[in-house]
Design a protein around this ligand. Structure first.
Ligand code: VG1
Ligand code: CO
Length: 543
């Protein structure tokens, strides 16, 4: 066994996006492709000697191959230890939990999250720092700089390492500790939530379906819900991670989780439906005939946070990504705490959480989390809802309509145009940018534009600035349209258009969402010419 130096040359497409580097398997599995990126991560970190790294992924196609390469490269860079999930499995929130609990230097997560898997699907890689959270932009930029000039990488020529048996083995001087992927995470959840109350809820006949979508959260949900909390077998469906996610899209929204939605719409619907994504950091919450929007979920959990033992002391603040609805802002105002508005992507929450400025965070894209780790967390959100349902004795829909009655309803929807030609998407955004000055103050019939801008964020902790984060039209009575391009896709560009309208009157809270937002949807087309630029008469996905 010895360390090899391998000559290589740069690829020109390794800039990390919203959440790490995501590529098609065919790109990612080219010789030297992953190795170059991992070498660039290690170079950006400077000194890896004597440090501990956490490693795992969502189990998709190519996960096991990538784990072996990374273990051998870590050994060649002098890490003293790598903690790897058994079978190469660790959810994104579990990696964050393990880094923090064991004081590791950082972690590597292999996942393309909600993107499809399998030989024709996507793979991804992201680096998390010592606080357990995604690398901030300064770090990802440094990694990217290294990918442009790389000429060689170091790797051990050791044989493949057994990652299926729990326990310790060695590669070069480095210890490989294969850990139970669920144990540390389950222990943390038991400290945050009232497991006794949730156990009683299930024992009293409460029913739920958790759709693991054949992705990584299945083992976590099964161990916690059916194991520790005594929910009946069959509560977790599609609970075994598969390399191609069973051919489905592991993205928990009403469109992709069609099986669960049909169940929740039927007469035999369980009390609660939930789903998580590829790497276990997203969550969808569904009541009987009622999907809860992620923005409302953040607001409702914030309003009731004290029911959970982990949040008894109250919230320091709330943070939400800019396109997320302002439902949580109403709650923050009433609690007398700050609600921070950050760009899209969990990496922007890290500093606020570390500085003790925020306790709960959320994104409209089915992401909710807190200061317990530094990633969004799917199973955590589901347990929070269970704790709330157990404590209140109410149904999901009662909790939601009570919330709207008290704070008003923020009607909300996102329209995605996927796989659009990149140049057309960029030109659409550029043409909007040029019009911003003229749009401000314009009367558009139902709404007047109060302000129009391209969102820029200054981190209140380290002063760093992220600009060009989405075009916003802020209109009458808090109505909004936001346009931005996705940073997680792997084919062409994805245009996301976000709509929001506030309605205080409870008599107006039962309008179908698309109908309630129809005026804004028409304005978006009028202002941006989406059909012309994209050639698409309709969005690909509406959530
Ligand atoms: C999307 C979501 C964003 C989320 C990101 C990573 O990014 O909109 O809110 O943080 O995915 O989520 P984009 O740039 O495509 O809009 V995950 O669960 O895929 O890591
Ligand atoms: Co995810």
């Amino acid at each position: 066994m010895s360390i090899q130096t391998v000559t290589s040359t740069p690829f020109d497409d390794q800039r990390p996006g919203t959440s790490g580097l995501r590529k098609k398997v065919t790109v990612f599995s080219q010789p030297h492709y992953l190795e170059n990126f991992v070498q660039s991560v290690f170079d950006a970190l400077d000194d890896c000697a004597g440090k501990t790294l956490v490693l795992g992924g969502d189990g998709r196609f190519h996960n096991r191959v990538a784990v072996q390469i990374i273990l051998k490269m870590a050994a060649a860079h002098g890490f003293s230890k790598v903690m790897v999930g058994q079978g190469g499995i660790l959810s994104t929130p579990a990696v964050s939990c393990v880094i923090r609990k064991h004081g590791a230097f950082g972690g590597i997560i292999l996942s393309a999250s909600h993107n499809p898997g399998g030989p024709d699907g996507d793979v991804g890689i992201k680096y998390n720092i010592t606080n357990g959270g995604p690398a901030p932009e300064q770090v990802t930029e440094k990694i990217y700089e290294h990918t442009k000039s790389i000429s060689q990488y170091a790797i051990s020529d050791a044989a493949d390492i057994d990652i299926d048996q729990i326990g310790e083995r060695r590669v070069e001087q480095m210890v490989v500790e294969v850990i139970d992927p669920v144990a540390d995470y389950a222990e943390l959840m038991q400290r945050l939530f009232d497991f006794g109350a949730i156990k009683k809820l299930f024992a009293g006949g409460f029913t739920m379906r958790f759709d693991g979508m054949h992705a990584v959260s299945g083992p976590y949900a099964t161990a916690i819900l059916e194991g520790l909390l005594g929910a009946p077998a069959g509560t977790v469906i599609n609970g075994v991670p598969l390399e191609d996610f069973g051919g489905h899209h592991p993205d928990p929204n009403p469109v992709n989780a069609a099986e669960l939605m049909a169940l929740m719409d039927g007469d035999d619907a369980p009390d609660l439906g939930a789903a998580s994504d590829g790497d276990g950091d997203r969550n969808m919450i569904v009541g009987r005939k009622l999907p809860v929007t992620p923005s409302d979920s953040l607001a409702i959990l914030s309003a009731h946070a004290a029911v959970a033992p982990g949040y008894r002391a109250g919230l320091k603040g709330i943070a939400r990504s800019m396109p997320t609805s302002r439902a949580a802002d109403h709650v923050a105002r009433e609690l007398g705490i700050e609600c921070y508005e950050t760009p899209t992507g969990w990496k922007f929450f890290g500093n606020l959480l570390d500085a003790g400025k925020a306790t709960l965070c959320g994104e409209e894209s089915y992401g909710t989390g807190s200061d317990h780790i530094r990633e969004k967390d799917g199973v955590w959100a589901v347990l929070f809802w269970l704790n709330l349902l157990a404590d209140s004795g109410k149904s999901v829909s009662e909790l939601v309509s009570d919330h709207w009655a008290r704070y008003g309803r923020n009607y909300y929807s996102r329209h995605d145009y996927e796989g659009v030609a990149s140049h057309a998407a960029t030109e659409l955004m550029d043409s909007l940018r040029v019009k911003l000055g003229a749009l401000a103050g314009q009367d558009l019939g139902l709404y007047t534009v109060d302000a129009a801008d391209d969102f820029s964020y200054t981190d209140t902790v380290d002063g760093s600035v992220a600009s060009g984060q989405g075009i916003r039209l802020l209109m009458t009575n808090g109505a909004r349209i936001v346009f931005r391009l996705s940073g997680t896709g792997t084919e062409g560009a994805t245009l996301r258009v976000y709509f929001e309208r506030y309605e205080a009157d409870p008599a107006q809270h039962h309008i179908p969402t698309q109908q309630a937002l129809a005026g804004l949807i028409a304005i978006a087309e009028q202002v941006a010419g989406i059909i012309d630029w994209t050639g698409r008469p309709n969005p690909t996905v509406i959530t």
